[in-house]
Design a protein around this ligand. Structure first.
Ligand SMILES: Nc1ncnc2c1ncn2[C@@H]1O[C@H](COP(=O)(O)OP(=O)(O)OP(=O)(O)O)[C@@H](O)[C@H]1O
Length: 308
């Protein structure tokens, strides 16, 4: 008879060190003043986000994105289920020292300039003066606000406000960055710059969770996404896998003659396939817009006339 005892059965698999965020059956019900159930904002969310990922939380208005972020920050308590960040309960607020947060709405003091703003947030993290100065200079440079560092934030455009908001979220050199609608309200150039900043953060090994309903932005930067609807997880996976149409094969070629194209059609038919289209690829509107603006900056006065 074996003397070995079976290991105690665990309902949870061991958490790998690579897992930065983990939620199990995470649910939130908002109640009214009398404690009556008002809204079931999040229903049994199971998520795992790994170190170095850019993870997108997608969903229409009211689907539970901000609620999820607030639960992860410990700003709200779950009604049931669990949220772990760096292996700690999300309600343990000391873990927030390792997190940067860019809220959807600006909460920055309008009468401070960029330097004063970052110095103020550095003080909240008890950073010594010399470190605050160094960090402020580095972040202002990183978000491209060198020319506006002495201007009060009330004079900032929406794009500049978003950039100083991101700099503020990075003041404590966080390992995890939570971005609520980072590109909302930005023009295409501001959007591209914000997306490039997010990609650079990932290259530095940071983990990023961003919520958005701007689908092209999510498609451009996120490695994986979760789609929420009415508080429920509807889809979860890698963006490239989710967007790949498995049963369609796309062939792209340059310099084909009409005869060659006819041959290709014949081959597809011979093998029982159906030709769905053979056309010229298009740029995205974002690519076209950015090409035109960059071209105009390089050659002022020249008119673009490609589309007629
Ligand atoms: N403090 C609150 N009290 C009551 N209900 C709330 C509260 N905050 C959010 N809700 C409700 O919870 C649901 C989810 O809201 P949440 O803000 O998480 O959605 P969201 O996906 O972030 O939406 P949006 O894209 O508009 O920011 C909505 O029905 C919302 O009305």
């Amino acid at each position: 008879m074996s003397t070995q005892t079976a290991p105690a059965k665990s309902t949870r698999p061991p958490v790998s060190n690579d897992v930065v965020i983990e939620t199990r059956g995470l649910s939130k019900v908002y109640r009214d003043f009398w404690g009556r159930q008002k809204v079931r904002a999040l229903k049994a969310l199971d998520l795992e986000i790994k170190k170095g990922e850019i993870f997108g939380l997608l969903g229409p208005n009211g689907s539970g994105k901000s609620t999820t972020i607030k639960l992860l920050l410990g700003l709200l308590f779950p009604t049931s289920g669990q949220a772990l960040v760096f292996g700690q309960e999300a309600t343990e607020v000391t873990k927030n020292e390792r997190i940067g947060y860019l809220p959807e709405e600006s909460y920055l003091y309008k009468f401070l300039n960029a330097e004063e703003t970052l110095d103020f947030y550095g003080r909240l993290f008890d950073m010594p003066a010399a470190v605050r100065k160094e960090r402020t200079d580095e972040l202002i440079q990183r978000v491209g606000l060198q020319g506006a560092r002495k201007r009060q934030l009330r004079e900032y455009s929406k794009g500049m406000t978003r950039r100083i908001g991101l700099a503020q979220a990075l003041i404590n050199e966080p390992e995890l960055i939570l971005l609520d609608e980072p590109t909302s309200g930005l023009d295409p150039i501001g959007t591209r710059e914000m997306k490039d900043l997010i990609l650079k953060l990932r290259d530095q090994g940071k983990t990023i969770l961003m919520s958005s309903h701007l689908l092209p932005d999510v498609q451009d930067v996120c490695d994986r996404i979760a789609i929420l609807h009415q508080g429920e997880l509807k889809e979860l996976g890698r963006v490239d896998t989710l967007l790949t149409v498995q049963d369609v094969t796309q062939v792209r070629a340059k310099g084909l003659s009409a005869a060659a194209e006819a041959e290709i059609r014949a081959v597809i038919e011979k093998h029982g396939g159906e030709l769905l289209g053979m056309d010229h690829p298009t740029l995205s509107l974002e690519e076209l817009f950015l090409n035109i603006v960059r071209d105009s900056e390089a050659r002022p006065g020249r008119r673009a006339s490609g589309g007629k």
